[in-house]
Design a protein around this ligand. Structure first.
Ligand code: AMP
Ligand code: ZN
Length: 138
């Protein structure tokens, strides 16, 4: 497993820092974004470290997309969002803040007028814990 000891998402994969986990398999991990743009905002990452899309291996990307589908289905079931967007940032110019490839799943709320650079506002920890229980990934 490719790991970067200074990478926060590699630390989540290793279990040395906690997350509000939604799903895990051999190649991927899904958890709630700690600064949710909207309730249920989730991230899907490959367990192998790669900084961005271009540096990622095809099999990791395929696994991330399959997990993204599973998690999105669970979010649709649990939250009945107005819709959801997938978003994936590459490079600081695209507002990438964590240099470990990740896919955002952002549930939409009618009228949220969400912009691409939504700004990071810490989520309420109790609400995140409750949300992680509501989204049951099968
Ligand atoms: P990006 O800005 O596209 O690189 O997205 C990185 C995302 O990771 C941001 O939305 C952050 O809120 C999120 N994030 C950073 N640290 C953590 C963490 N420890 N647990 C969950 N999400 C995190
Ligand atoms: Zn990493």
């Amino acid at each position: 497993m490719a790991q970067d000891p200074n990478c926060i998402f590699c630390k989540i994969v290793a279990g040395t820092i906690p997350c509000f986990k939604l799903y895990e398999d051999a190649k991927t991990l899904a958890f709630l974004d700690i600064n949710p743009a909207n309730p249920g905002h989730a991230l899907v990452i490959p367990k192998n470290h790669a900084p961005n899309l271009v540096a990622s291996a095809d099999d990791d990307l395929a696994a991330v997309l399959a997990t993204t589908r599973r998690v999105a289905a669970a979010i649709e079931h649990a939250l009945k969002p107005y819709g959801f967007n997938l978003l994936q940032a590459n490079g600081p110019g695209a507002a990438q803040s964590v240099m470990h490839f990740h896919m955002h799943i952002i549930p939409r709320v009618q009228g949220d007028d969400l912009k691409m650079n939504w700004g990071l506002k810490p989520g309420d920890k109790a609400a995140l814990a409750e949300m992680a229980k509501r989204i049951k990934v099968v």
